[in-house]
Design a protein around this ligand. Structure first.
Ligand code: ADP
Length: 243
């Protein structure tokens, strides 16, 4: 359903992604782990072409894009098939929770306002924020803001939600509530790709773990494969440093 083929990304002369191949099936929850600077976030941002690889191909569903030659219209179509949850939430500061969730439905999908409002209220309830529909981001905790971010991502019914270290900006006591929401939506079969430092989350929730180092996928498999029976030295080293 999602396929990345031979993705290469340079920042200037720095070769950050060195030929990444990755296939993600419908309903998969893929955790991308690895040392800081290994290219995890860049890879995530290449999936929706927020970063444009110099070489390689991205396929989402029936849409196939050659990155080096992507037309603007293709990039727009690709972005609409994905939603992203950012480390820093990226909510509109001057809009309420409800308006933040409605935005994509009304502006991009042209859904009638009343219908968008109904759907957005349902999603706020799903992430445990039905009482906060009229609150502005400044009145919400980081964990609440991130849950609005997740409701906003769900609203557009994307083929995949890309999570970029969604809990790393949060105070430790707020991490659990965000992970709990992510666990719920994973159970519902939403396809998710999650860059994360939360190895317990990766172990418990993901269907597949991808370990990256120095711009390459070193190893991937079920959480049990990667965490309990890593095959590669670099994976073993990374995991042992964290234990
Ligand atoms: P990770 O998510 O694994 O920590 P990143 O994808 O953020 O790694 O970064 C991979 C490498 O690319 C790092 O060396 C980082 O400094 C570099 N990099 C990331 N974004 C940019 C950018 N916009 N400009 C220049 N270098 C960047």
């Amino acid at each position: 359903m999602i396929r990345l083929t031979n993705i290469h990304k340079y920042f200037g002369k720095t070769h950050v992604l060195k030929g990444i191949d990755l296939t993600v099936g419908k309903g998969d929850v893929v955790a991308i782990i690895g040392p800081s600077g290994s290219g995890k976030t860049t890879l995530l941002r290449c999936i929706n072409l927020l970063e444009r690889p110099q070489d390689g191909e991205v396929t989402i569903g029936s849409l196939h894009v050659r990155c080096g030659a992507a037309k603007k219209s293709e990039m727009t179509l690709l972005r609409r098939k994905t939603a992203m949850v950012f480390q820093q939430y990226n909510l509109f500061r001057h809009k309420t929770s409800l308006e933040n969730v409605m935005e994509g439905l009304v502006v991009v999908q042209k859904m009638p306002k009343e219908e968008a409002r109904r759907r957005s209220l349902e999603l706020l309830e799903k992430v445990g924020l039905s009482g906060k529909a009229d609150a502005y981001p400044s009145a919400l905790s980081g964990g609440q803001q991130q849950r609005v971010g997740i409701a906003r991502a769900l609203a557009i019914n994307p083929e995949v939600i890309l999570f970029d270290e969604p809990t790393s900006a949060l105070d430790p006591e707020l991490v659990g509530e965000v992970l709990a929401v992510m666990r719920d939506i994973a159970r519902e079969g939403v396809t998710m790709i999650v860059v994360t430092h939360e190895l317990n989350f990766a172990r418990e929730v993901s269907s597949r773990v991808v370990f990256m180092d120095e711009g390459k996928i070193v190893e991937q498999g079920t959480p049990r494969d990667v965490f309990d029976h890593p095959q590669e030295e670099r994976t073993k080293r990374f995991l042992s440093r964290l234990n």
